[in-house]
Design a protein around this ligand. Sequence first.
Ligand SMILES: Nc1ncnc2c1ncn2[C@@H]1O[C@H](COP(=O)(O)OP(=O)(O)OP(=O)(O)O)[C@@H](O)[C@H]1O
Ligand SMILES: [Mg+2]
Length: 255
Amino acid sequence: MLEVRSLTKCYSSIPAVDKVTFTIRPGEVLGYLGPNGSGKSTTVKIITGLLEPTSGTVLFRGANIKDDLAAYKAVVGHVPEEANLYPFLSGLEYLELISRLRGLPYRTAACRADSLLRLFAMYPHRHLAISAYSKGMRQRILLISALLHNPELIIFDEPLSGLDVTSALIFRKLVSALSREGKMIFYCSHVLEVVEKVCSHVTILQQGKQLAYGRIEELKNFQAMPSLEAAFAHLVQEVDAEESAMAMVDAIVST
Ligand SMILES: Nc1ncnc2c1ncn2[C@@H]1O[C@H](COP(=O)(O)OP(=O)(O)OP(=O)(O)O)[C@@H](O)[C@H]1O
Ligand SMILES: [Mg+2]
């Protein structure tokens, strides 16, 4: 299980993540929500071992991840917010590179890559240079590369970015299937309808602070709200969208 305790990250003494605490047990999917700049990706960078927290701890199976970061990274799969892929490699070459860096046996890696490329409809494009891929194709390669080593903990930062309807549906089913396999999943997103369908738990952040944390049903019942979207809007004091849109048009047309 992954236990995050009182995690804090400050940039120039301003907290981007402020005393965040949560637990993900095998089979659980934690939806991590919050407006732009609320600290989601900063949390992702810390729990993937890319960034040191200012204070707080991240425990995996009871041990602090910084005690053996290499061993921890070997069981984590990560789909980052931005795709940093090598444009001159083909999709298949990129997956081969990742497999080698992960130390996977050649046959296992080839077999998994082959299946995942087919499932994500990337098989026909596997020899094409990544520079020629569309945004959604790059995202699919990123998803495959995060799963190749059969990680125990999978961390998704906006995984639906650029995915078409079919790929998004496959991805949703994949998250549910992975959780049934006993994987721990951390799911960062703005797409609340999907979060409501695939996540068992949810945390809502605002300016780095945890506004809510619990099972989705508990959160909705507690707030007496019909949907996660309504509970989110109730908790996060969003601006009036209609009023803002009118003001923007006014700013353009009247000056
Ligand atoms: N390297 C950095 N240096 C200084 N401030 C940073 C740095 N990275 C992030 N921040 C600040 O930390 C806060 C949280 O950023 P973060 O990227 O975690 O937000 P987010 O919730 O992922 O937002 P989004 O929904 O836009 O992806 C923001 O105020 C951001 O400006
Ligand atoms: Mg982000």
